[in-house]
Design a protein around this ligand. Sequence first.
Ligand SMILES: [Zn+2]
Length: 165
Amino acid sequence: MQTKDITTQVKVCSLDELTNEDRRLVEKAKEMTSHSYAPYSKFHVGAAILMANGEIVGGANQENAAFSSGTCGERSACFYASARWPGVAFRKIAIAAWTRLHKPDSLPDSLCFQGKPISPCGACRQALLEYEVLHGPIEVILYGAEEVYILPSVASLLPLCFTEF
Ligand SMILES: [Zn+2]
């Protein structure tokens, strides 16, 4: 028997240290949080995908009283992007989120962003991975008000991922 280590390299930086292109993508993800419909979780997630054709596609979580009918911000963005431009690769995705839980009502939405980078759920990782396997690496930019994480690919967020499709 042997043990294998699985490691993930994450670049950690501030918003100011991002390239203009990456900062623009993060700003779009932040903007998309205002398109969220989150009356149940009160957790507003926005995502923005930079496509290989230069277009930026946004998405936001959409909840529903029939809970399993809703979807996350990341899948909202990637399904819309694929439906809008079928077959076009995704180059990067940025994700941002805020919530008012445990915060004073007087605080504006723009100051309620999560301090630590927000990370996609397992289902979104798998959904994004499929586009990555089809079209090449998708850089992942996880926004937090205190710091930003940059990962080179979706697979780096999903070790031992399912790729038998
Ligand atoms: Zn998700």
